[in-house]
Design a protein around this ligand. Structure first.
Ligand code: AMP
Length: 415
């Protein structure tokens, strides 16, 4: 009989979970517990094509874990909690400690706690999720999968900021990059698809959060997000790269605190700040009806993407195996992909296969995702990302190693 594995994605006031049968990689149920700590908290369960929503006051992550286990038992998704053989946790920040997923022990948990200052919005909830699971299931392997890990191969000239060097050595100021689990998934998929290990890729993960990754010889060489996910591309509600002097200037001009400005740059900027909408479908509709701000916001997002494609093309010395679009907007917006490929077409000798680009979303599973023509100098693909699969895969592999006594603890210390 297969073994059950649980994937947990804990936010500051939420807990998402999915239960899988392994090695079949079959999802049995997933759930989303929301508004933890509020008196209007509730949760949804999805299984067998059904969706159930239940209201329940859930004050802490420990309560949320209890509810999750109660539902798994009550609905016979598990017979006993000992059926669960491994738990994978999504963790935002691995700092310079981790370049791959790790088994969580006391040292690992201490390091994740030490990184709260770099992930203040995410880490407290993630730590609560890990500790709650450890309390209930102390003997089950729990694995941390870091969003920064894939980017740890960047060379120093990619990840350093030109600020006093002590800011790096004493305060950890450097580019870490995020969405690493997605960029890794796409890299692994493209290695298989292109039949080679040393792939050179430009990956565009364009969702409500958006980042790009320059993959050289199969490894991350550069990425657009920085110390935090605020940097790089124009995003749904984040500003992306801006002149940092804006912060002091606008604090004085509008009598705002640094914290208030930081919140605005994260939550009220980007597409939302320019056009009043951050859902790309709404924006496309507005732009089609002639709304100038919506058109401007879309153009700014597109330009931020083409700017980094140009940079990464040069960093790869023109040896690019593929440009890949993924995530909500990248996988679904026909016009965004067309506009970007057309904008770089002359400079990089890339040609869009219009029909494939228009049809790709409808026939995703039947196609290899290619949307460029056969005579295009660089291939362009659309590949659906699957971060959860990567978390599951790493968790399963580490727990199998423990089971077979092959486990070697890996810990990369920063320099
Ligand atoms: P993600 O963060 O990856 O879930 O992506 C969310 C973004 O994808 C939102 O801005 C959505 O509006 C956008 N999106 C989802 N479906 C479509 C679609 N069919 N066309 C355009 N954008 C879409």
């Amino acid at each position: 009989m297969g073994e059950k594995f649980l994937i947990i994605n804990a936010g500051s006031s939420s807990l998402k979970f999915s239960l899988y049968d392994m090695p079949e990689t079959k999802e049995i149920v997933n759930g989303y517990i929301e508004k933890i700590g509020n008196d209007d908290s509730f949760y949804t369960l999805k299984y067998d094509g059904k969706k159930l929503e239940k209201k329940r006051i859930i004050m802490t992550h420990t309560d949320a874990v209890q509810i999750m286990l109660m539902e798994l038992l009550k609905n016979n998704f598990i017979n006993d909690i000992t059926d669960i053989k491994g738990i994978g946790h999504r963790v935002l920040h691995g700092g310079e400690f981790y370049s791959e997923s790790v088994l969580i022990d006391k040292d690992v948990l201490d390091n994740i706690k030490a990184l709260i200052k770099l992930g203040p919005l995410h880490h407290p909830g993630e730590i609560a999720g890990i500790e709650s699971m450890q309390n209930v299931m102390p003997n089950v392997p729990q694995v941390a999968v870091f969003d920064t890990a894939f980017h740890q191969t960047m060379p120093k000239e990619s990840y350093m900021y030109a600020v006093p060097y002590e800011w790096y050595t004493e305060n950890g100021v450097r580019k870490y990059g995020f969405h690493g689990t997605s960029h890794k998934y796409i890299t692994e998929t493209m290695k298989k698809q292109l039949g080679k290990e040393n792939v050179n890729l430009i990956i565009c993960h364009i969702g409500s959060g958006a980042s790009m990754c320059c993959v050289k010889n199969g490894k991350c060489y550069n990425t657009t997000m920085g110390l935090t996910p605020l940097d790089g591309l124009v995003m749904g509600t984040r500003c992306g790269t801006i002149d940092s002097s804006i912060i002091e200037y606008i604090c004085k001009e509008r009598n705002l605190s640094i914290e208030e400005v930081n919140t605005i740059l994260n939550k009220k900027s980007g597409l939302l700040g320019i056009a009043g909408k951050n859902d790309f479908r709404d924006l496309e509709q507005l732009a089609n009806s002639g709304d100038e701000r919506a058109k401007l916001a879309i153009k700014m997002l597109q330009n931020s993407i083409t700017k980094f494609i140009a940079q990464y093309y040069v960093e790869l010395e023109g040896n690019v195996d593929a440009i890949v679009f993924t995530a909500g907007i990248g996988e679904n917006s026909i016009s965004l992909r067309a506009n970007i490929v057309n904008a770089i077409s002359n400079a990089l000798d890339i040609k869009l296969n219009k029909e494939a680009n228009s049809n790709i979303a409808r026939f995703k599973e039947n196609q290899n995702g290619l949307i460029s023509t056969n005579d295009s100098k660089i291939k362009v693909f659309v590949v659906p990302t699957n971060e959860e699969y990567m978390i599951l895969k790493d968790t399963y592999e580490i727990s199998q190693k423990i089971k077979n006594n092959e486990f070697v603890k890996t810990l990369k210390k920063g320099n």
